[in-house]
Design a protein. Structure first.
Length: 314
């Protein structure tokens, strides 16, 4: 029964990861900003490490236990598996720092990046030391996994605190509405870290308790993402046509038999209008705009504003 519970949680974890990455990709094709691209790569690397560092351990422990493998061998393999996810973890930290800079439009200094790479080199060295430790000699035993988790949580805290501090400090130069949204987003990212800390602290507790807690770990990054998805139109401008090519536009309308209303929607999209702005300008509902947009994409054989704009851009 416990194995079935873990399997169900695993399926939901995959669904959360897939939805998050899909939302992130939608951002990159709708707004096409440096921040959204950094955020997309952060999500990929975060979930990449999550599956290597958590689920790979769980499945390997279960598999080795079923083969009557010795406890020492199980611990050695389980402690090694998170190391495979370290590249994902390091890149996610770098992306998070870049997100902070790009969100508030501040250019980082070369000296700052040098300091970051030195810190990352120290992290890699510490991780390698933990893997090669003779746990029986040092009397660590099963405590090695606790040390690894503590190190990861501590190092995960550094870039997130930097990200939040960066956003809160530099948000003062923006208008109130923009400042409120990006500050709430940053605080939700910090809340996500808190949830991950709580989950990993209980890693050695009853499996019936830890299994559902794993969902909180994966949801920790979905909540700020979902909030940003609801509010992005208020703070970011969708991609737009910089140089309208009338010939391309006319050929597209003719080739795909675009209706009069669909032409109006396309023209509004090319001007960089959000769905809500299009609805207000054309005196139609937001859902109607979405339905028309979906039909336009289906007719043309594309799936994003970016591709539509690229087809018309001169």
């Amino acid at each position: 029964m416990l194995d079935l519970t873990y399997f169900i949680v695993f399926v939901f974890s995959i669904a959360i990861a897939f939805a998050s990455i899909w939302f992130g990709h939608q951002f990159t094709t709708t707004y096409y900003t440096k921040f959204h691209k950094d955020y997309f790569y952060y999500l990929i690397t975060f979930f990449g490490f999550s599956f290597y560092g958590i689920w790979a351990q769980i499945f390997m422990r279960s598999f080795l236990s079923s083969k009557d493998t010795g406890g020492e061998m199980i611990e050695m393999v389980a402690n090694f598996l998170p190391i495979l996810g370290v590249p994902f973890l390091i890149i996610s930290w770098i992306m998070l720092v870049k997100m902070g800079y790009s969100l508030v439009e501040v250019k980082p200094k070369k000296k700052f990046w040098l300091i970051h790479f030195i810190i990352l080199a120290i992290i890699i060295a510490l991780g390698g030391l933990l893997v090669t430790l003779d746990t029986s000699y040092w009397g660590l035993g099963n405590q090695l996994i606790d040390i690894q988790i503590g190190l990861v949580l501590f190092l995960d805290t550094v870039p997130i605190v930097f990200f939040v501090s960066m956003v809160v400090y530099h948000s003062k130069k923006y208008r109130m509405s923009y400042r409120n949204i990006i500050t709430r987003f940053a605080l939700l990212v910090l809340l996500g870290l808190t949830l991950r800390c709580v989950v990993l602290i209980f890693h050695d507790t009853d499996p019936w308790i830890f299994a559902p807690l794993l969902l909180l770990y994966f949801l920790s990054n979905f909540v700020p993402l979902f909030y940003l998805r609801l509010t992005s139109d208020a703070v970011f401008s969708p991609v737009r046509v910089e140089y309208l090519n009338e010939e391309k536009r006319a050929l597209l309308f003719q080739k795909y038999q675009i209706t009069k209303r669909e032409k109006e929607i396309i023209d509004q999209i090319c001007q960089g209008k959000t769905n809500q702005q299009i609805a207000d300008d054309l005196f139609i509902s937001l859902q109607t705009v979405k339905d028309h947009t979906h039909r336009i994409y289906t007719k043309i054989g594309i799936n994003s504003r970016l591709k539509l704009v690229q087809m018309i851009n001169g």
